[in-house]
Ligand binder design. Sequence first.
Ligand code: GLU
Length: 508
Amino acid sequence: MTQAVRVRFAPSPTGPLHIGGLRTALYNYLFAKKHGGDFILRIEDTDQNRFVPGAEEYIIEALKWCNIPFDEGPGTENKKGPYKQSERKELYKNAVHSLIEKGRAYYAFDASESLEKHRVYHEEKGKTFIYNWHNRLKLENSLSLSKEEVKIRIENGDRYVIRFLMVEDGTIENFINSTDLIRGNIRVDLNLLDDKILFKSDGLPTYHLANVVDDHLMEISHVIRGEEWLPSLALHHQLYRAFGWTPPQFAHLPLLLKPTGKGKLSKRDGDKLGFPVFPLNWKDPETGKVSPGYKEAGYIPEGVVNFLALLGWNPGTEQEIMQLDELIELFSIEQVHKSGARFNPEKNKWFNQQHLQQIHESVLETQLIKDALSNDIVVLPQEAQKVVGLIKERASLLTELWGLAAYFFKDPEEYNPKAVHKQWKEETPEILSKFCAFLNTASLSEASGFQTEFKTWISEESLSFGQIMAPLRLCLVGELSGADLFEIICFLGRDIVTSRIQKALEKL
Ligand code: GLU
């Protein structure tokens, strides 16, 4: 029987979920759902110094907003939980003691000052201090000290850590081959690795121990995580071996790169270029500073998810616009790229614009009504419906809707000076007065009918389209941009159109 697919997203609650973390979550989700498996959220909160209040709730909210819910995690039915490492301390203790019993882990009492001295001494000689097979018997640990002394030191309450015995004897060859689903075979010389700390002096496990123990106990079949964990792969494989457990399969995702393509994408890049790198607004609990989120900046989850999915993967075709169910169907971990993926904020917006055209218009209408209201303007549902249809194509972000629609509901406050200079001619006032007279007789019930009547009128008057359209648009919109002019006129109706023309004639 093949093993059921179970993957996990294992963030540390050290701050808001960065867009890179969100992509890791998404790839895990896509992989799980593609294979009919489960997506698990595990909160890795064993580093007490870096714990940030509110971060866990933020992560859960963010996954919910993206429509990538977890099957198991904090607050769900406890199948293989608890799902927070701080609630699993006993399990790690038992695990590390089983390694001590097997001779694969040992107590180390070295004070940090003494280790620091060794480090400096090595550095001065141009070397690196590595705590492992070649010096462990010269350091203070349960392998170098007598059994009796170790017992006394522990009973005395001396501070200690527990280290992993990476290799017993480094004078013989100790290579390990691990397979990464994206990167292929990875060969590492274990003799060069250190005896990593598994248990800290504060009585809590390190990431390495907790992560491996949990992945085993939670029956994780595939570990899909960021490239920064690739150097830990050999250690993790060795841990599985030492425990006598079958390791899961591994896949390390490519880095997200700055828009320039050089270096890792950071929050500062977002601040500098004005794009969010977080899914939701995040208020720093210490400074109170708010970092902008996609949601509040007017992005929709469909656009964000589609954009993120293609940062490091594509289905092997030209297809770019995909809904979540299509992404699930097409996703394949083997097709994920090895090299870093450049973050392009313009493309990010483009995906949003494309998805705004596809989502249910009621979402856009609700947003428009809400934004109008915060500008003290009441927009009726049927008005919102009509206007959204006319402007949505131009909107990349939800937050742009009101700016694109405002002239349907309020008179322009100013007229673009450049456009006025170019389009407002001597004969313009007279032409516009004639137009007002024509408007009194025309039928405005439907834009296409009105357009036909208008065309007949300008040919009777021997006017050109250009002579009237641009000035008229300036009167009604204040700009030369905007929706179809005949639609605007029919929406506004005779009285408003006439009064806007009068107003412009007075001002210009
Ligand atoms: N807690 C680790 C992180 O936040 C998890 C890495 C992993 O997925 O193994 O990056």
